[in-house]
Each structure stands twice: as structure tokens, then as C-alpha cells.
Write a protein that binds this ligand. Sequence first.
Ligand code: DWN
Ligand code: ZN
Length: 421
Amino acid sequence: MNQILLHQRRNASQTVTGCRSCGGTSLQPFLDLGYTPLADRLIKPETCEVPELVFPLVVAFCPDCALVQILETVAPEILFADAYPYYSSFSPALLEHSRSNVEQRLAERELGPSSLVVELASNDGYLLKNYVERGVPVCGIDPADGPAAAARKAGVPTLCEFFTESFAREFVSEHGQADIVHANNVLAHVADTNGFVSGIRNLLKPDGTAVIEMPYLLRLIEHVEFDTIYHEHLCYFSLTALDNLFRRHGLFLNRVEELAIHGGSLRIFVEPFEATDTGVKQMLAHEKAIGLDQPAYFTEFSARVDALREKLVALVEQLKGQGHSIAAYGAAAKGATMLNYCGLDTRHLDFVVDRNVNKQGLLMPGAHLPILDPEELAKRRPDYVLMLAWNFADEILAQQQAYLAAGGRFIVPVPEPRIVG
Ligand code: DWN
Ligand code: ZN
């Protein structure tokens, strides 16, 4: 790495010294994924010779509040604001998941023209549009200008801003407090974890509910979903760590649901009053019983990640050795971690396909696989396709019946590399 690159990196990121939640200084690293490029920083083909910025990716456990977190914080302006390529609306399954989330909220609570629903990280309006259709006033907040513009175009009022403690205060003085605050897959992305939660506290009406989703740490560990670790994801939550974090701000986890989405997620219902239901108590007790709140739980994870890597690389090399062609499906952020940690690149894989037209024509970070339209699978007929977006495997396999019928096969890497089809 040359001097300029190092200098740029110094200005672009910081290493934490204390826990992102409780400030404790006894962080215990348990997984080192090395220096990796930013997972959503797709490369323009004309700049592929320019060295990419790489940042350390080390995961640690806080014994004081049980929060799992990475140690490096990349400046959010670099991660999210500039040409952020993730648009939620490219997955029908996610759209259905969001529609049913809104239906459930509408069934539970009377919401009408005088209500307010706010979504933090509202992306392209994929969720809020369901409230708009039902005449409920909404406001989306998202710092990524492309997705925010798409949301406005879809009729979802959206402020292109980072949600912070001070922004929450300004927002409330202008628009009032919210009946419902949605925040899906964003809490883990925020560097000022406490400021964000305090902002939610300010934003909520006294009888308001924040409905928050995030990947569940327990499933990440169980299913070796190490590829969901990248610089956008600063924290990896257990219910125990969430309980500690929210209580600090006068917010209470009153209900929890476990969801299959994104490899296993939690949906928590957070309110400014305590009314903990039995589901929350049981999940907290279960985490304690299995030791998810203790450092020993994490000591073997690194070896399991390496075993997965070895098995996947051996499989890919064996197939290549037999003369088979291999492509990949899903230019997902998690795909970047998988490829880079396993050292898989254009020597092994010919291209990657993705339905997101904003990603097509670009190259994957690090591995530099060209991103093409999924129709190319039927045209180019690679023998095997590495399923990088394994969290949508069912949906993608259903879409790829023609490729499968023509003899194509998928390699699903998680929880253990296997061939399907
Ligand atoms: O937290 C985050 C999660 C929720 O989403 C982010 N920081 C960024 C992003 O992570 P990801 O890129 O790993 O997410 P996905 O949604 O698992 O990525 C799937 C990719 O596959 C997308 O680029 C869309 C694509 N896709 C496709 O081409 N055809 C997805 C489906 C379902 C399909 O049928
Ligand atoms: Zn802590």
C-alpha cells in the first residue's frame, strides 16, 4: 500500500477505543477478516487500475454490555452518501416483507390523516409507500441521495439527511413526534449509536412505538454468516445488548419477533414505557443460558469461518480443475466480504449478475468481477453459479428455473458450502 493510500485511509476512518454502546474499554477481538475494501463501493471499469482504499475488519465483544462490534469506523460520508448502490425495491420478497409489516402495524393501531410515521433509512420508499397508499402521513429520512430521490419520485416525502440526536430535535420542533418510527437495518450502521437511540426517544410520542429490525447475532454465529460483516455494519446485536443499549435512553424492548429475512433477524418493538412481554423475557433468558452474553461463546467462531473458507475455495478450485465455468449471483455487500476473504476473483469466477440496474456495468470491490444483468446466466450458461445473495436463495432459485432446467447448478456457501439444483 503506498503512502497516499495510507494517508487517505487515516482521514477516512478511526479505530474505536471504547465500546460503541457502553464505552467500556475491555473490548475483546475474536475475528480478524484482514484489510478489506468497502463492500458497497463498486468500481467503475475505467478506474479499475486505481488502488482501492482498504480498511481493517476486526470484530470484538464487549464484556460490559455484550455488544459485538467492529473496531474500525469508516466516515459515513464515504460509506453512504456518494453513489450508494443499495436500492431495497429490487427484491420482491423484501417488498412483501415490508408490506406485511405495515399491514400488521395498521391492524394493531389506529392510524389516520393526523398520525405520523417516520422511517429512518427509508431508502427508496419501499416500506413507507404502503402507508402513503393508506392515507397515513409519512416522512422518510435517508442520507443516500439516489435512493432518496427515487422515494420522492414514488410519492414518499423524504429528507436526505443523516438521522442524529440534533436532527431529531429539529425534526420534532418542525413536524411533531411520531406514532410509529421504523428503522430497518440501520442501527448497526450508525457510528453514534447512543445519539441515534436518544434521537428515537425524542422522536417518539409518549405512546409511540419504534419498530426496529436488525440481523440477529445468534443466527450469524450459528450459520457462520461471517460475510454479513463489513464496514457498514458496525454492530451485531443480541437481544441482551439491545436491552442494555435502549434502557440507557429510557426506552424498553416490550416485544420481539424473530424473522427469517437476511439470514435471521430480530424485529423489536421499543416504547418509552416498560411493558416487557414474556417473549422478550424468554429470549433474554435463552441468550443467558447459551452464554451469548459471555466472551467464551465467540472463541471458536474464527476457526469455523476459516473452515468454511477452506471448503468453499477447495470446491471452487476442484470445479475449475475439472474445466467447469463458474459465475456468481448477487453483487451484494456480503458478496464482497465472501469473495475478498476467500480470495476468489476473476481467476475463479467469470462475472456476477444482479437485478439492480444501478450495479450493472460496474465491478465488485476487490475481486473486480463485472456485474451483469441476470439474463446473462441463460445466455452464457456458466456450469455453476456461486450464490452470494444466499439470503434470497429461494427467491433466486425460483427465478432461475430455466437455467437450472438447462443443467445449471448453484453453489450456496452458507452455512456450509453445498451444490444445489
Ligand atoms: O444492511 C444492509 C443490508 C440489509 O442490505 C446493507 N448495509 C446493504 C445491503 O446488504 P447486501 O448488499 O448484502 O444486501 P442484499 O439485499 O442481501 O443484496 C442482495 C443483492 O442481490 C442485491 O444487490 C439485489 C440482488 N438481487 C438480485 O439480483 N435478484 C436480489 C434478489 C432477491 C434477486 O432476485
Ligand atoms: Zn459495551
